[in-house]
Write a protein that binds this ligand. Sequence first.
Ligand code: NAD
Length: 265
Amino acid sequence: MDTGLEGKAALVGGASRGIGRAIALGLAREGASVALCARNQETLDKARDDIRNETGAEVKVVSLICDMARHDDIKAAVAAAVEALGGLDIIVNNAGGPPTGTFETLDENYWQHAINQNLLSAVRTTREALPHLRRSGSGRVINVTSVAVKQPIDGLMLSNATRLAVVGWAKTLSRELAPHGITVNNICPGNIATERLISLIEDRARRQKQSLEEAVALEEGRVPIGFLGEPDDVANLAVFLASDKARYITGATIQVDGGSTTAVM
Ligand code: NAD
């Protein structure tokens, strides 16, 4: 399939590991230049070098230190990405998930941070990148959210609240930007075996006094397809949504979860 991604430029948030890293690699494999954003220089540079080694010298891969919860960092990262890659066609709004907790354990600081990291990061990155996406003629905004937007997950109150706000914002934005050829879509991962998921499973195992193996087997048993997904399973959808082939898909919210969401929509 010709994705039309060769020569395009992408900025990917939370790209030093997990889903963000896999999406950056997937886009680079298709010939897009990528700017990887995350907070830790060492892990970020390692991801950059791995992607460079795998994709060769034809695509540009740069790493940019950016805390997606901080507005100033986002402004600087978008400007640096445009400078390094010569423009921006695709942004992937992704960052770490918020901590678990119940209403009574999560104070104002937790809420503010989750709103900054998981809602305003997408709003701000898109705002900063918009002039460049318009210039692209086929701009793409891809938000990595969670299956929590289809079926809220007990104990993940901050995620349940902030991700739904992203979906509401993205739907309105998709209609406003459609005349400019820019699409806006949400991907909802679920049961993807990344460090984030494993730490959530470890958390649960501790609370329920299980071994990690037991907790993983329990988790797999809840997935109709019978196993946990890989970051590449999410990246494949992101690459498709970023491609020319997805030009007529906008305002959509699509889960990648091995069938575990039982909700119809
Ligand atoms: P992960 O924790 O494995 O990776 C997150 C990446 O984002 C890392 O590179 C980390 O360094 C970076 N990061 C974290 N906070 C950041 C910040 N403030 N600024 C910049 N970079 C930051 O997570 P993942 O499993 O790859 O998940 C990606 C997103 O998808 C998260 O928001 C997560 O909550 C969501 N999600 C994942 C699953 C799953 O099954 N793995 C399910 C539902 C939702």
